[in-house]
Write a protein that binds this ligand. Structure first.
Ligand code: ZN
Length: 247
């Protein structure tokens, strides 16, 4: 009888510890998406965000113990090959606009935060966008530079060959800046299809980001990972909701 009691206790203990280990390895990470961050955002443009509000958000992350991830760390976490810090967040910025260098980068640097810039390769060194040398500087200081295609066309509007060129030529250009092949892609206008995904896989890409869809989890489709867009007018309470729920 005593043996039986012990057996039940041990079984219960092992069962409990097994399930808590499994829960601890489940990954859930908010991914935020920003475009322009400006001292004077156009109130009618949802893609322009206030620099003052952006500072408040970064201050909130710092004060509340969030860890901003590099995109490689993010990939390892959602693949469950490394454990997740208690409050992870991935900050992403699309379109390599010049305000990233003048407004965003100094704040990230001040806070020691990591982020990822999804660059449109044909826009680099053109008016209103970052230069090659600016991208090299940010890359050397904790900002990853990854693929947002050559020209921002919606991938579903392109033929197979055009899609291939849009992704592959951007790969070549970004590699010339970072000396490392990009392996993460953000779909322009959140537009993608199965052909897009097969091209990405053939070119060695590990991730494709869409827009919306909540928090990214280890169970998420790696080629349809969600991002929460921070929109013009989002106040701090909305930001807190988005990093908590992804919505
Ligand atoms: Zn874009």
């Amino acid at each position: 009888m005593k043996k039986m009691f012990l057996f039940i206790l041990v079984t219960l203990f092992l069962g409990a510890s097994h399930s808590s280990n499994a829960a601890a390895t489940n990954a859930s990470v908010p991914v935020l998406l920003y475009h322009v961050v400006s001292t004077n955002p156009d109130p009618n443009n949802q893609y322009q965000y206030s620099l003052t509000e952006f500072k408040k958000q970064m201050d909130y992350l710092k004060t509340n113990g969030y860890t901003t991830l590099s995109i490689d760390q993010y990939y390892s976490i959602i693949n469950k090959t490394v454990s997740m810090p208690s409050k992870p967040v991935l900050l992403t910025f699309d379109d390599c606009t010049s305000d990233f260098y003048t407004n965003v980068y100094p704040i990230l640097k001040q806070y020691g935060m990591k982020a990822t810039q999804f660059a449109v390769s044909n826009w680099i060194d053109t008016g209103g966008h970052m230069t090659t040398s600016q991208l090299k500087i940010v890359y050397a200081n904790g900002i990853d530079v990854q693929n947002h295609t050559t020209n921002h066309s919606s991938l579903t509007s392109l033929t197979h060959d055009q899609k291939y060129v849009a992704i592959n030529d951007a790969t070549t250009k970004i590699r010339s800046i970072t000396n490392k092949s990009p392996i993460y892609c953000a779909y322009p206008n959140a537009s993608y299809d199965t052909d897009t995904v097969s091209i990405l896989k053939n070119l060695g890409y590990k991730i494709g980001f869409k827009v919306g869809g909540g928090l990214s989890k280890d169970t998420s489709d790696k080629y349809a990972l969600p991002r929460s867009m921070i929109l013009n007018g989002d106040i701090l309470t909305v930001f807190i909701r988005k990093i908590s729920t992804g919505q």
